[in-house]
Design a protein around this ligand. Structure first.
Ligand code: MG
Length: 256
């Protein structure tokens, strides 16, 4: 069910999103060669809790039999890992890596969700371009995120922009509505046809999240039941914000 948030709910969403964005800022400051993804996880958890929130990814059920709940407060996905990388003391960032951090803050009954891909030390221009195109794909998508447009208009804009730049979008995972639950309807694919899908209404809150692969779109899941990697070993980037649909331009709630 797609939920339309009341004025009060929008204020609560705004605050949860602010906390999520704060955690990203603290992580960005800490990213450097030699730090472990466990330490980044701790920074995110401490920041979210210090601001009255709970890291909502911690303990999130996988839905697959025999797979433990997600152990981290962040998803930390390095290089060819696309999403859902598990933070670990043994995973140490190296010069030349890229790392996607996806996190959700839950506060006062509502969720704020955002993801960024960071560079570690020095990376080639081609890698920077992947990250830039992934970020820009989000902004291309939200040009269509206003009341009266259709969901497919956003999806199409993202997918078209990514492919025009020579990259692939992940098909198996998608953005989503968000609110009291981390994942609400509608699902928001990063590809699709304009003019299709539900009609957007003011008061919808959506997590829009291009997941982009430098090579082919095929993905694999590791045996941990969580980590998604690219099949061809090429790099992947992720960029996500929670937005509010209005009658005019969308509001991006997780950029502060
Ligand atoms: Mg997310």
């Amino acid at each position: 069910m797609v939920t339309i948030k009341s004025k009060r709910e929008i204020e609560l969403m705004r605050e949860a999103c602010r906390v999520a964005a704060l955690a990203q800022k603290e992580i960005e400051k800490a990213i450097k060669p030699g730090i472990s993804t466990y330490e980044l996880d701790k920074i995110a958890e401490d920041t979210i809790r210090a601001n009255g929130g709970i890291p909502a990814e911690k303990g999130y059920p996988s839905g697959e039999k025999g797979v433990p709940n997600f152990p981290g407060s962040i998803c930390a996905s390095i290089n060819d890992e696309v999403i859902h990388g598990i933070p670990s003391k043994n995973t140490i960032l190296k010069d030349g890596d890229i790392i996607s951090i996806d996190l959700v803050a839950f506060k006062n009954g509502y969720n704020g969700d955002c993801a960024r891909t960071y560079i570690v030390g020095n990376v080639p221009e081609s890698t920077k371009r992947l990250i830039e195109v992934t970020k820009q794909a989000f902004f291309e998508g939200i040009k269509f995120a206003k009341e009266g447009n259709r969901l497919g208009d956003i999806s199409n804009a993202i997918g078209t922009y990514v492919e025009k730049n020579g990259y692939s979008v992940v098909k198996e995972f998608q953005g989503h509505g968000i609110g009291a639950s981390m994942h609400e309807d509608p699902g928001i694919p990063n590809y699709g046809k304009p003019g299709r899908g539900i009609r957007l209404q003011a008061g919808m809150t959506l997590a829009i999240e291009p997941m982009v692969i430098m090579g082919k779109s095929n993905i694999l899941q590791l045996e941990d039941g969580w980590t998604i990697i690219t099949e061809d070993g090429s790099l992947s980037a992720h960029y996500e914000n929670t937005i509010l649909i209005t009658k005019k331009e969308p509001e991006i709630l997780t950029i502060i």
